[in-house]
Write a protein that binds this ligand. Structure first.
Ligand code: G3P
Length: 218
């Protein structure tokens, strides 16, 4: 299972990339706004922090304008992945970009049928937003399970399931059990995956006992 970082915070991305756990990065207009950075400069810098795909989202609403924006974003780096919204125009742009050999991440997916459409359009990734579904008392992880089953029913669909709007380690555990291909994690969620009180307690006891031996390994 691949881990992307869902962030436009370059310091946090660089810090996590050093762990070897980062397979790519996703951004969105809200994250870019929060960063206060110039969009193209930001994407360019993030593309140096990972060899994996870096999702840069278009903001136009019609397919032709989306493709013009993609023309501006794709030359930034070889690992730019164009992100488009799950609209008919977004799917038209997806087909055009995919036919030209570009990876597209189709975002704002909230239903299995939307995920089926994105796969038929040639998306490299579908981004179902599990946290936002949970927020309205819907079943975010149930959607991931449905999409997994649908895509597995049709092996010619090559779209990868990219679990987005992740809020907790439990979303990651369930995504891995279901067999999602990728999850995009806010930095704090990735950091929290390692936490277990028994690990801390056990390490503390081992080190205390080691001290008693009076030995040093080096
Ligand atoms: O990048 C898309 C998605 O991960 C947004 O998450 O927390 O704003 O619902 P969130």
């Amino acid at each position: 299972m691949k881990f992307f970082i869902d962030s436009a915070d370059t310091a946090a991305i660089a810090d996590l990339a050093a762990t070897g756990m980062v397979d790519g990065v996703t951004t969105n207009p809200s994250l870019v706004a929060k960063s206060g950075r110039d969009f193209k400069e930001l994407i360019s810098e993030i593309c140096t922090l990972t060899k994996g795909p870096v999702s840069a989202e278009v903001t136009a609403l019609d397919a032709k304008a989306m493709l013009s924006e993609a023309d501006q974003l794709l030359p930034i780096a070889d690992n730019v992945c164009i992100k488009v919204p799950l609209t008919w125009d977004g799917l038209k742009a997806t087909r055009a970009l995919a036919d030209n050999g570009h990876k597209v991440n189709v975002t704002l997916c909230f239903s299995a049928n939307q995920a089926l459409l994105a796969a038929k359009a040639g998306a490299a990734y579908i981004s179902p937003f599990v946290g936002r579904l949970d927020d309205i008392s819907a079943d975010g992880m149930g959607l991931i399970a449905d999409i997994r089953q649908i895509y597995d029913n049709y092996p010619d669909l090559e779209t990868e399931i990219l679990v987005a709007s992740v809020r907790s380690p439990e979303h990651i555990r369930q995504s891995a059990l279901i067999g999602a291909d990728v999850a995009t994690l806010p930095p704090e969620v990735l950091r929290s995956l390692i936490a277990h009180p028994l690990t801390d307690k056990g390490l503390e006891a081992f080190l205390a006992d080691w001290q008693k031996t009076g030995q040093s390994i080096t």
